[in-house]
Design a protein around this ligand. Structure first.
Ligand SMILES: Nc1nc(=O)c2c([nH]1)NC[C@@H]1CN(c3ccc(C(=O)N[C@@H](CCC(=O)O)C(=O)O)cc3)C=[N+]21
Length: 296
């Protein structure tokens, strides 16, 4: 049986380290580090995430600025809000919850965020910084995955990794991070000819496709480390109820893998903890205060 990688516990530890650094920041800077979260519309899942982000931001001793806008807000009004947050010295990090309503151009909204406040790491400037190895902000979910992998495996150098999924939010930055860790990286996706064969070569499997329980245990190299980014809500056995499953078939995969993240309790909690980490990094950079980012 595979070891379970406890992302929830690791995230708690990371948030505790962020809280220590945030208290130190407040003492030195004379203000709290601040994160602004913008939610447009009433999607229930997004509301839960945004509430959790706000709670955890406060619990880490940082200031939380929540902006909830109606679903019919114009793009111009949203861009004006982003401009105000860009100019606000109390705001170190800005997150605009995605997806946005269909009448908005997400790329345009992201492009309006000051790259130095873009704690999601979605702005093209930060995408370029990641690709070229310059300091910037790395998307929270893939950075959380790499933290879990390094905690479990130590050095990733020379390992074969497969990333299933090529999104801008997870798959592509995940591949960049694994390249930077000196892995040999394959990016697989819906058009990959023989996905089980690609997965079978891999020491590290990162599944981020959004297809419930797609990756099966008999696709895996025995002992592989499996990181499941998927969060899929599917009907539960009991009528009318739902449950969360990943992109990996946990029952069969945990028979073959060396280590595996569960869903829930794996990658999801890391995403928010890394957001807080990125925010305290942004605060130090904004205040021109030095600190050891690698200690987080
Ligand atoms: N600009 C932007 N940045 C984001 O980072 C962003 C976003 N938009 N839009 C939505 C997605 C989704 N997301 C998650 C955060 C935490 C959990 C999480 O904590 N999950 C728990 C609980 C899941 C549950 O019970 O629903 C777990 O997996 O254990 C999941 C998903 C951040 N996102």
């Amino acid at each position: 049986m595979a070891d379970i990688i406890d992302g929830k516990a690791f995230a708690e530890g990371l948030r505790a380290r962020v809280a220590t650094v945030a208290a130190d920041f407040e003492a030195k800077a004379g203000r709290k580090a601040g994160l602004a979260v913008v939610l447009v519309g009433e999607d229930p899942a997004s509301q839960v995430y945004v509430r959790n982000k706000g709670k955890q931001t406060l619990a880490c001793g940082m200031a939380s600025f929540e902006h909830k806008l109606p679903a019919d807000t114009s793009e111009a009004d949203l861009l004006a809000l982003v401009d105000r947050l860009n100019a606000d010295p109390a705001v170190d990090g800005i997150l605009v919850q995605l997806p946005l309503p269909a009448h908005m151009n997400e790329q345009k909204v992201i492009a309006t965020i000051n790259p130095d406040k873009d704690v999601d790491g979605f702005h093209v400037v930060n995408v370029g910084r990641l690709a070229t190895g310059l300091p910037g902000y790395v998307p929270c979910t893939p950075l959380g995955c790499v933290m879990l992998l390094k905690d479990k495996l130590g050095s990733l150098s020379g390992l074969d990794a497969v990333v299933i999924g090529r999104s801008n939010i997870v798959g592509k930055p995940m591949a960049q991070l694994l390249i930077a860790e000196s892995c040999t990286v394959t990016v697989a996706h819906s058009r990959t000819k023989d996905l089980p064969a690609a997965v079978r070569r891999a020491d590290i499997v990162v599944a981020a496709v959004g297809r419930p329980e797609m990756v099966k245990g008999d696709w895996l190299k025995p002992g592989a480390t499996v990181i499941d980014v998927g969060i899929n809500r599917v009907p539960a056995a009991e009528e009318g109820k739902t449950r969360l499953v990943g992109d990996v078939d946990f029952a069969s995969a945990s028979e073959v893998a060396g280590a595996i993240t569960p869903v829930p309790g794996g990658v999801g909690p890391m995403t928010i903890a890394v957001l807080l980490r990125n925010t305290i990094v942004a605060a130090h950079r904004a205040a021109d205060l030095a600190f050891d980012e690698s200690a987080l």
